[in-house]
Design a protein around this ligand. Structure first.
Ligand SMILES: *Cc1c(COP(=O)(O)O)cnc(C)c1O
Length: 379
């Protein structure tokens, strides 16, 4: 079945006996038992709730995993995943990650005795040289946030398999519509469903999708114990958002390609980072492992003054953190998503005062260009 159809119909959930076309919101904390020692299959909503179950099965199917767990945010998903590691374990992570993941790894994970090496994970030789006996996993975002570096997942997974370590991929930017890391050798897929999967900038959610029963059993037990599960109503919002994932991704990508081209030719824009530009160094890897390029664009303007004026003068485009929704958002990574990354490291990556990130939304392309044009204008 095509992904766009799975988005609409979801998993084969036994629909409500009323025939309700929309999945019902089971707004309940607990479930009554028919007899001693028997259960309807549901006992308590932290463990499972029918609305959330429908969503989880749908996302597992979209990502071609054997199980998916829905969390109250992307960070809740990643935090829970980190509980599979022990004191003394070592991990390798991309040096260009969502700032919240960096903060988690460098504070809470560190306190829990887990050490990290941050590196350019698209450089496979360096990654391999960092592996030591204590190394348990490699955590990557591809394309990365916000520099849009692409890691060749199939090649990286031959390394992780060789050493018997886990490959964890944050697939928030491309979504299962454009990329399925589990099919490329990943063991765990992470999502901030707050972004494209929800698509409406109206709720927080996250996922872990697992490729093996062993990982599913292990993480289900932690999930049930720690409890950062997604509420029934929020689960329903994501089910509703997912219905239009395919059409939104197609349209947002189309807008992004046009906007990347327009930005590239604007005299005040010095550099455009978009994997869909054939001039992007990782264009070929993207074509090999993904079905699309997504709708995230980073770019560098000529000077700090232009960056600040642009942020203050956009009207339609909103100056806000986050991404993936119908509304086009512009972000200043230096002050927002990456404020906690040390200045030196940030600047080495290229995240300076001239650097901006766009999450291209669903507005008409002409209106987006007109807004950027007036905001970049000198008068
Ligand atoms: C937003 C984001 C997260 C964190 O997700 P929340 O839902 O905000 O907790 C993790 N990874 C990436 C790539 C993100 O964009």
């Amino acid at each position: 079945m095509d992904i766009s159809t799975v988005c609409i119909h979801g998993s084969n959930f036994p629909y409500d006996p009323t025939g309700s076309v929309s999945v019902p919101i089971y707004q309940t904390a607990t479930f009554a038992h028919p007899a001693v020692g028997s259960s309807t299959g549901y006992d308590y909503s932290r463990v499972q709730n029918p609305t959330r179950e429908h969503l989880e099965k749908t996302v597992a199917e979209l990502e071609k995993g054997i199980d998916a767990m829905a969390f109250s945010s992307g960070m809740a998903a990643i935090t829970t995943m980190m509980e599979i590691f022990q004191i003394g374990d070592h991990m390798i992570a991309s040096n260009d990650l969502y700032g919240g993941s960096v903060r988690l790894f460098q504070t809470i994970s560190k306190k829990n005795g887990i050490t990290f090496d941050f590196t350019d994970t698209s450089d496979l030789a360096t990654v391999e040289s960092l592996i030591r006996p204590a190394t348990k996993a490699i955590f990557v975002e591809t394309p990365s946030n916000p520099m849009m570096q692409v890691t060749d997942l199939e090649r990286l997974s031959t390394i992780t398999r060789k050493y018997g370590i886990l490959l964890i991929v944050d697939n928030t930017f491309l979504t299962p519509y454009f990329q399925n890391p589990l099919c490329l050798g990943a063991d765990i897929v992470v999502h901030s469903a707050t972004k494209y999967l929800s698509g409406h900038n109206d709720t927080l959610a996250g996922f872990l999708v697992l490729g093996s029963q062993e990982l599913s059993d292990k993480i289900r037990a932690i999930y049930k114990t720690t409890g950062a599960c997604l509420a029934p109503f929020d689960s329903w919002l994501i089910i509703r958002g997912l219905k239009t994932l395919a059409v939104r991704m197609d349209r947002q990508q189309e807008n992004a390609r046009k906007l990347a081209d327009w930005l590239r030719n604007h005299p005040k824009i010095k550099k455009v980072y978009y994997t869909g530009l054939p001039t992007h160094p990782d264009y070929e890897i993207t074509l090999k492992q993904s079905r699309g390029f997504g709708a995230m664009i980073s770019f560098e303007v000529d000077c700090e003054k232009t960056a600040i004026r642009l942020l203050e003068r956009v009207k339609l485009i909103l100056y806000a953190e986050s991404l993936g929704g119908g509304e086009t958002l512009i972000t200043y990574p230096m002050l927002q998503t990456h404020a906690d990354v040390p200045k030196k490291k940030r600047e080495e990556l290229g995240i300076n005062e001239r650097f901006l990130r766009l999450s291209v939304g669903l507005e008409h392309i002409d209106d987006l260009i007109e807004d950027l044009e007036q905001a970049l204008n000198d008068e």
